[in-house]
Design a protein around this ligand. Structure first.
Ligand SMILES: NC(=O)c1ccc[n+]([C@@H]2O[C@H](COP(=O)([O-])OP(=O)(O)OC[C@H]3O[C@@H](n4cnc5c(N)ncnc54)[C@H](O)[C@@H]3O)[C@@H](O)[C@H]2O)c1
Ligand SMILES: O=c1ccn([C@@H]2O[C@H](COP(=O)(O)OP(=O)(O)O[C@H]3O[C@H](CO)[C@@H](O)[C@H](O)[C@H]3O)[C@@H](O)[C@H]2O)c(=O)[nH]1
Length: 501
């Protein structure tokens, strides 16, 4: 028995040695590439994962104690695998050359110039990644679209690769990412689904199976969906459009709540109790932000227009129009409540990130609120627990859409950093001597602030404008504040004032 056991062990060892270690290279060490690859490395110790990037500062940060992005749980995941089977490098050519599977998770910003400007996806970074893969590849590769791209991008990428292939076989897969920032690690550990689109050929099916085996290390098989390439690409755009549409729907209702005395939290709760609708993603807010929703809907709108579907394009465009309306409605509430002027008044802004638990500020509604208030000559003092002063200053000096390019390629606007904006290291100093406080990010710590202390330090009348419904308006009114909460019955002070000037 002892001898047999040894034989079995030997057989397994031989089997292990014969199975070649799968090597993955990911182009793009950003919010998607970094966490996604860190989780693959953690869950698949038999796979070597190298994340590469053209921005060396980002790679240096991934190799340091201070990771380049803030994401709960990310530090532990990276520390567990880094140096074992997870590596971060700027040697792009070497690692593409050695990889079996190449993920491409580079920026796909909205075009700012030329055909489709303001709507279409800018595929410059994707195309240069594809050309680099074709240039340096010496063996067959599976190329995986991880970035969010227009439908039919795989076809274009395939053409670039095949026309430059030198006899190498490339299989293109679409494997869009559905993680949300702030919950990226739990989303990756326990995804609702993993979607893999591929060609319906024997080679295509084999490539799908290879990628499926990577995810099957920890994702139950029934959650790994396989489709054709175009369905996978379109599902990603459609999922984001549906999610954003829910927010615009509840935000549109929030305006009606304010006009009628209904309470948007009660309405959303009652509506969400319908099992067909469901309770999630119905929080009225100052408007959605983040690098994805607006960009991806604009991209969808452009694709509809290009396919001769103007009515469908208009339908999705209205989701963004309501979002813009919600942001300007918020600014107008602030200005009209404060005697129609905020000139030279200190307004404290609590939060700047586009949602809690992230330091990401891409397309954050805070930028629009700042610009709206600055247009009315306010002095703004900002506090966010995760966003640096440098980032805030860059955001306020940048032109729309420039934020979504690699950091070292971001054009800086000639506009000087605004003198009317200061940044504080805590909520109490930010609100000291302020006329009004606006809450733009739903950080948990804002729920437990000592508002009596804040009230005492402020100018009177003291206003709170809660764009995230994080404070209890009644409790704040008892302290003495005039309170505006999105979609909630209006303070007597605001009853007859116009919501939109
Ligand atoms: N952020 C999210 O939550 C999220 C979720 C799902 C999908 N996506 C999509 O994933 C893609 C990446 O998003 P992100 O948020 O990670 O962006 P990001 O800006 O954080 O990261 C992209 C990285 O790609 C690098 N890069 C650009 N061109 C390169 C090249 N040719 N070779 C190597 N590196 C290159 C950049 O330097 C940058 O570090 C986008 O298409 C986005 O829409 C994002
Ligand atoms: O009920 C809600 C839910 C969200 N938001 C806002 O909507 C924006 C986006 O939030 P969320 O979707 O949670 O974060 P993202 O990281 O932008 O994730 C979205 O965009 C990613 C990029 O494509 C997708 O992968 C995710 O599935 C999709 O949720 C933020 O400003 C939120 O504050 C609301 O206002 N109300």
């Amino acid at each position: 028995m002892h001898i047999n056991q040894n034989k079995d062990n030997n057989k397994q060892t031989v089997k292990r040695v014969l199975v070649k270690m799968v090597k993955i290279c990911c182009l793009g060490a950003g919010y998607v590439g970094g966490p996604t690859m860190a989780v693959i490395a953690l869950k698949c110790p038999d796979v070597e994962v190298v994340v590469v990037d053209i921005t060396s500062a980002r790679i240096n940060a991934w190799n340091s104690e201070q990771l380049p992005i803030y994401e709960p749980g990310l530090d532990d995941v990276v520390k567990e695998s880094r140096g074992r089977n997870l590596f971060f490098s700027t040697d792009i050519e070497k690692h593409i050359g050695e990889a079996d599977i190449v993920f491409v998770s580079v920026n796909t910003p909205t075009k700012t110039q030329g055909l489709g400007a303001g709507k279409a996806a800018d595929l410059t970074y994707w195309e240069s990644a594809a050309r680099m893969i074709a240039d340096v590849a010496k063996s067959d590769k599976i190329v995986v679209e991880k970035s969010t791209v227009p439908v039919k991008t795989a076809e274009a990428i395939e053409k670039i690769l095949i026309h430059n292939s030198k006899g190498i076989n490339f299989q293109i897969l679409s494997n869009p990412e559905f993680l949300a920032e702030g919950t990226a690690i739990q989303d990756l550990f326990n995804p609702d689904r993993v979607l893999i689109g591929g060609r319906d050929t024997p080679e295509g099916k084999k490539a799908v199976q290879t990628l499926k085996e990577v995810y099957a290390h920890w994702v139950p098989e029934d959650r790994i969906l396989t489709t054709n390439l175009w369905s996978a690409e379109l599902s990603k755009l459609a999922a984001n459009a549906f999610l954003a549409q829910r927010i615009s729907s509840v935000n549109a209702i929030s305006a009606l709540c304010e006009a009628t005395g209904a309470n948007v939290s009660e309405v959303a709760y009652a509506v969400g109790k319908d099992a067909r609708i469901g309770p999630k993603f119905l929080n009225a807010s100052i408007g959605f932000g983040g690098s994805c929703f607006q960009k991806d809907i604009l991209n969808l709108v452009y694709i509809c227009e290009c396919n001769g579907l103007p009515e469908v394009a208009q339908y999705w465009k209205s989701v963004i129009q309501i979002n813009d309306y919600q942001k300007s409605r918020f600014v107008n509430r602030i200005v009209s409540s404060m005697f129609n002027t905020v000139a030279n008044k200190k307004i404290a802004m609590l939060g700047f990130a586009f949602k809690k638990d992230t330091g990401d500020t891409r397309e954050t509604p805070a930028i629009d609120v700042c610009n709206g208030l600055l247009g009315d000559k306010a002095n703004i003092c900002i506090y966010d627990p995760q966003v640096t002063q440098d980032q805030i200053e860059r955001d306020l000096a940048m032109n729309k859409f420039d934020w979504d390019h690699p950091t070292h390629l971001q054009p800086t606007s000639p506009m000087a950093v605004k003198k009317q904006v200061t940044v504080s290291s805590d909520a109490y100093s930010a609100t000291k001597d302020a006329h009004g406080v606006c809450i733009v990010t739903e950080w948990d710590e804002f729920k437990t602030l000592d508002f009596t202390r804040i009230y005492e330090g402020m100018q009177k009348p003291a206003f709170v404008f809660d764009g995230r419904n994080v404070v209890n308006p009644e409790k704040l009114r008892q302290i003495g504040f005039i309170v505006y909460s999105i979609g909630k019955p209006l303070d007597l002070w605001m009853k007859d004032m116009p919501a939109v000037a």
